[in-house]
Design a protein around this ligand. Sequence first.
Ligand code: CTP
Ligand code: CA
Length: 226
Amino acid sequence: VRMLNPAKPLAGKKVLVTAGGTVERIDPVRYITNDSSGKMGYAIAEAAKRMGADVTLVTGNATADLPAGVEVVRVQSTLDMMDAVLARFGETDVVVKAAAVADYRPAQRADQKIKKNDDTMTLELVKNPDILQTLGERKTNQFVVGFAAETNDGERYALDKVKRKKSDLLVLNDVTVPGAGFGTDTNIVRIYDEAGLVEALPQMSKRDVAERLLGLVAERLNASAR
Ligand code: CTP
Ligand code: CA
């Protein structure tokens, strides 16, 4: 049996974290995106590094300070993020998908600034691929963690997502609760697997949430001795 170094429980593991919001261009001066400070994902990348992992951070738009000592891959669109993640998936042990991924992108991207014209205008959007679900379907030994930020019926959506996307764990946060919203330094999360609730954490710093989550990941990785 391989022993776990308690100070570095992710030693020898390759961890890939996605964070921030993906950006979908409408034209050279306009885009659509999701709210995301990147703080939770960056805290996870930092914690994984402290816990001994070799860390890659694939990041969309974010305002938080980039962590030191991790490989940073900057991306714009959801399709770019998908490419960056899939290119590295084979050699990755753990993926944490904390990014706020744009569900839709403009059907066309204009090369020149769109001029205003009529009183109404319609923007056609097409659905982006689901990166987390793709990972769930393609995984061999990888451990995959998803996130869900919900405003209502969190538990029901979390359980549905963890099953549908074949994630090993799913972290739910209710963004309507003070101390758990966007841009805060704290979070209140509940962690699920396909069998149900694994842990309900009280309000704590994003740094502590990251360590608790990765502690659980390390435990489960080790239990299955992958
Ligand atoms: N996700 C993804 N690719 C997408 C959409 C979401 O990888 N195209 C990931 C997110 O990074 C997150 C998880 O899926 O880890 C859940 O995202 P969420 O937006 O809550 O779920 P959706 O399936 O998009 O459902 P909805 O937005 O309708 O709640
Ligand atoms: Ca979504």
